[in-house]
Design a protein around this ligand. Structure first.
Ligand SMILES: Cc1cc2nc3c(=O)[nH]c(=O)nc-3n(C[C@H](O)[C@H](O)[C@H](O)COP(=O)(O)OP(=O)(O)OC[C@H]3O[C@@H](n4cnc5c(N)ncnc54)[C@H](O)[C@@H]3O)c2cc1C
Length: 392
């Protein structure tokens, strides 16, 4: 009998796991809370091992074809408009072992195309109960049906329901502040580079991805009020008020949000658990160890988790205990380093101290290129050889 795996969540982690499970001859069933296929999400960047993962899945070209061609990242002091530093994205790609800037929606679409044919994906359904006995797990779904499987995987994001059911509620660690992102159609007149404006306790990245489209990624520190939920117009007004002292280019993009636009926002939080597997339950992606948006490695980690879990099962198909232990042993330290980077980025970019913000800006201006490059490599954990991950 092929191994049967129930996966909660058809996001980045869940769909890539479904692909790899099918490749190793297992039978995945994916349950997704959203009512139908709907690929959503703004600009993210895959780096290093994340790029290697899409290469191994055979969707590198599809991802690359959707990537924004922004050749430079320019960092400015938001108050003075002074350019602090600029880096070529080609250099970043070389330093990090790969860099693709594209929409989360495009990644999800490519993963869906890859996995849907071989996977039973059930939309509009969630797991409401899970019970494990020796060697199996039985779940009750929100449509009243039950499923028995060899393994249950929580790939249902930072607010994972499976994590709550199998491990308990207390693993979310807020770092303080919020992450809000939009993609707008407008004539922005910006040069085609990433414009990153730094302030005290706030940072806004503008990505003019085409002459008529710009994305904004807004990071707010702990000192701001919580943003409104599920109301794009209220969010626009909140963003304009919170970023009032940013340059006009920022206001122009933020002010273009209309009632029907999709705004993605969440609190900046990490998931930190002592264990990410228990019995016949495993967690992957944000559900297991969300490193925050500030680490820049969330999607790359989700892809690596999926690959590693399937790879470990393929290595010892008759011994799931060993497979899960191996998965956890390899991925937990990688996630830990990404989380550490997230904490460091939070301290540097969202500090509420004007003095620390000034020192940061000065360091950005004066750090020699070689030292900066080494710091970037360390930050994104790119010094680790890709060979760490077995090719399935
Ligand atoms: C709709 C959406 C838009 C996003 N947009 C952005 C963005 O613009 N920028 C950015 O940096 N990050 C975004 N993210 C987060 C980013 O995708 C993740 O941080 C990262 O890719 C890790 O992926 P993941 O698969 O672990 O989690 P996610 O990508 O969050 O995927 C989790 C999946 O599980 C589903 N799910 C949640 N709860 C349940 C449940 N109880 N039962 C069944 N299914 C469930 C969700 O609908 C989703 O499909 C977005 C996430 C979502 C869900």
């Amino acid at each position: 009998m092929p191994l049967k795996v129930i996966v909660s969540g058809a996001g980045v982690a869940g769909l890539s796991l479904a692909h790899w499970l099918a490749r190793i001859g297992a039978t995945p069933i994916v349950v997704e809370r959203a009512p139908h296929v709907q690929t959503l999400g703004h600009y993210i960047s895959l780096k290093g091992n994340g790029v290697e993962m899409v290469r191994r899945m055979g969707i590198f070209d599809a991802c690359e074809a959707r990537s924004a061609q922004l050749e430079e990242v320019r960092l400015y002091c938001a108050a003075s408009g002074r350019l602090l530093r600029s880096e070529h994205t080609a250099t970043l790609a070389k330093t990090l072992g790969g860099y693709i800037l594209f929409r989360r929606a495009d990644l999800q679409a490519a993963l869906y195309d890859l996995s849907a044919e071989h996977t039973d994906i059930r939309f509009g359904v969630q797991i409401v109960e899970a019970h494990a006995d020796t060697g199996h797990v039985e779940v009750t779904l929100s449509d009243g049906t039950t499923e028995r499987a060899d393994l249950l995987v929580g790939a249902d994001g930072i607010h994972s329901a499976v994590r709550g059911l199998a491990f308990g509620p207390d693993f979310e660690r807020p770092l303080g502040g919020y992450y809000i992102t939009i993609t707008q159609t407008l004539h922005h007149g910006l040069a085609p580079v990433v414009h990153s404006y730094l302030s005290t306790g706030r940072m806004v990245n503008l990505l003019p991805v085409t002459p008529d489209t710009a994305s904004a990624v807004v990071y707010l520190g702990a000192d701001v009020d919580a943003p409104p939920r599920n109301d794009a117009v209220a969010m626009r007004d909140y963003l304009l008020a919170t970023c009032a002292d940013f340059p006009d280019d920022v206001h122009n993009v933020l002010g273009s949000v209309g009632a029907d636009d999709f705004v993605f926002s969440d609190a900046i939080a990490q998931i930190d658990m002592p264990r990410i597997t228990r019995g016949r339950v495993a967690l992957i992606g944000d559900a297991a160890h969300c490193p925050t948006f500030l680490s820049g490695m969330g999607s790359s980690l989700a892809l690596q988790d999926a690959h590693m879990l399937a790879g470990s099962i393929a290595r010892s198909p008759d011994d799931l205990d060993t497979s899960l232990a191996r998965y956890e042993e390899v991925m937990a330290p990688i996630a830990c380093r990404y989380r550490d980077s997230g904490v460091r980025a939070h301290a540097a970019f969202l500090t509420s101290s004007r003095v620390k913000a000034r020192i940061r800006d000065l360091a950005l201006r004066l750090t020699p290129e070689r030292v900066f490059e080494r710091g970037v490599r360390r930050f994104f954990d790119s010094e680790r050889p890709l060979a760490d991950l077995p090719s399935t």
